[in-house]
Ligand binder design. Structure first.
Ligand SMILES: NC(=O)c1ccc[n+]([C@@H]2O[C@H](COP(=O)([O-])OP(=O)(O)OC[C@H]3O[C@@H](n4cnc5c(N)ncnc54)[C@H](O)[C@@H]3O)[C@@H](O)[C@H]2O)c1
Length: 440
């Protein structure tokens, strides 16, 4: 007789299916496979499926060697055929949850998964949704669809929400040592989900419901968005005050309690911080409540690229040059340091504004060989040699990658606009630092 799901999780014979093999799904699949589970990834992207089955890694946080080994030992494989779900015990959903054109949640990817999952859901199956979403999604969207198959949640199958907390590029906090939140529809769902994640993660934190777990994730990212918004507004205030915002923040951060350090920058980027607060604001609108902090932080953060444009414009002014016709080199297009992800990157907004103003814009980012730009491919400059730097009217630091020779950038550039404080404390009229100059 087949053992029950808990026993199969305990002895690691439970087969894990990860739906969506991107920044979240692939590292998770690798973590389970590294812990002796058999893992099957399911993705609609045929190229990704073929890459994974060929042992080829495409996510920076995953080790090439480990992926190759897991594929050759058959602990890890991928498919685009959802019928494999028939033989899968645990399903973890990691598909995108973007916004639509009106900044409202786009849960179509979850719904597409659900169309397939409802065909193959079976007894003793655990389903965990990890995609960030609005409170209520697990209970209102997923549960009714699965229960149509005459299965009872908490008895025949288990359903949880467990938000992913991956921080791309973070070398200290990875999947196994980042505590994981879990909220099931019933207590048994939470217990089974907790058991599963405890097999790969040091600390699993149960909460009373999927709604609580969904809200935890939105609080975490709203907290970041609001505090970055505050840092950005303080940067603008410091420019007017003639005070260095970076000095102020560093000094405030010496307080051992009651203060947490957030930094200003050219705007928000990535798949999470610019998007997730809108999921909460949208849900609150359905309850006739206006999430004011979220809106205000969103306004400030999305206006930062325009502020950067003003800094560039006033820098060029020193040389009697307008934006129109100037040659500008953008340093760094990824949304944060030492990663290759350009999703929602504010660099793209700054580049658009510069081009709209008539500038000729190029970029250098060793992590991003090309970007899609106005429906064509725009390629990274070949090098960052002295001659390259000298040929531009201004160099704009938008991402502070650690592999850049900033001394060379400083000595060879005609004008530098630094939005990341890489030229901290340097007094030089050709360097304009965000949050450290008098505008008027
Ligand atoms: N990237 C992060 O740092 C991060 C951190 C925490 C949470 N999240 C959340 O995790 C979720 C996934 O984000 P991501 O960054 O991994 O996205 P991603 O775009 O990197 O990967 C998503 C994958 O899902 C696949 N996919 C889309 N529709 C599918 C379907 N119907 N069936 C099977 N596969 C499908 C895509 O082909 C892609 O490979 C999102 O909700 C995101 O908000 C992301």
């Amino acid at each position: 007789m087949k053992k029950d799901l808990q026993s199969r999780i305990n002895d690691k014979t439970a087969v894990i299916g990860i739906i969506g093999l991107g920044y979240v799904g692939l590292p998770l699949a690798v973590e389970f496979a590294n812990n002796s589970f058999t893992v099957l990834g399911i993705d609609i992207d045929k190229k990704r499926v073929a890459q994974l089955n060929g042992g080829e890694n495409y996510i920076a946080d995953v080790s090439n060697k480990s992926l190759k080994q897991l594929v050759s030992s058959k602990n890890l494989s991928a498919t685009n055929d959802f019928s494999v779900l028939t033989d899968i015990d645990v399903v973890i959903i990691c598909v995108p949850t973007p916004l639509n054109k009106l900044n409202d949640p786009d849960v179509s990817y979850i719904l597409n998964v659900l169309d397939q999952l409802t065909k193959y859901v079976h007894t003793d199956m655990l389903i965990s949704l990890e995609s960030t979403t609005y409170p209520g999604t697990t209970r209102e969207l997923i549960l009714p669809a699965l229960e149509k198959r005459n299965l009872t949640v908490g008895k025949d199958f288990y359903l949880c929400f467990s938000p992913e907390r991956i921080d791309p590029g973070n070398e200290h906090y990875q999947i196994n040592n980042t505590p994981k939140i879990i909220g099931g529809i019933t207590e048994k769902c939470t217990a089974v989900g907790k058991l599963l994640y405890e097999s790969i993660i040091d600390s699993v934190v149960p909460v009373s419901s999927p709604e609580a777990a969904e809200t935890v994730k939105l609080l975490e990212n709203t907290f970041r968005s609001i505090n970055i918004g505050l840092a950005n507004e303080v940067a603008i205030m410091c420019e007017k005050l003639g005070v260095d915002v970076w000095e102020v923040i560093d000094a405030a951060a010496t307080k051992p309690f009651g203060f947490m350090k957030f930094l200003p920058g050219p705007g928000l980027g990535g798949h999470c911080i610019p998007i997730d607060p809108h999921y909460l604001a949208w849900k609150m609108k359905t309850l006739d409540y206006n999430a004011r902090f979220i809106e205000l932080a969103g306004d400030i953060n999305t206006s930062m690229p325009l502020h950067v444009l003003e800094l560039i414009s006033s820098g060029l002014n020193q040389f009697q040059k307008p934006i129109n016709g100037s040659k500008i080199l953008v340093l760094g297009v990824a949304y944060k340091r030492d990663i290759d992800d350009v999703r929602e990157s504010p660099a793209l907004d700054v580049m658009t504004l510069l081009e709209q103003g008539g500038a000729q814009v190029d970029y250098y980012d060793s992590y991003v060989p090309k970007i899609k730009w106005n429906d064509t491919d725009k390629y990274c400059q070949k090098d960052l040699a002295a001659e390259t730097l000298k040929s531009y009217d201004a160099v704009v630091v938008l991402t502070d990658h650690s592999n850049i020779d900033y001394d060379l950038v400083k000595s060879e550039s005609k004008l530098i606009v630094d939005t990341r404080n890489v030229f901290s404390g340097i007094k030089d009229s050709k360097i304009i630092r965000l949050g450290n100059r008098q505008i008027s």
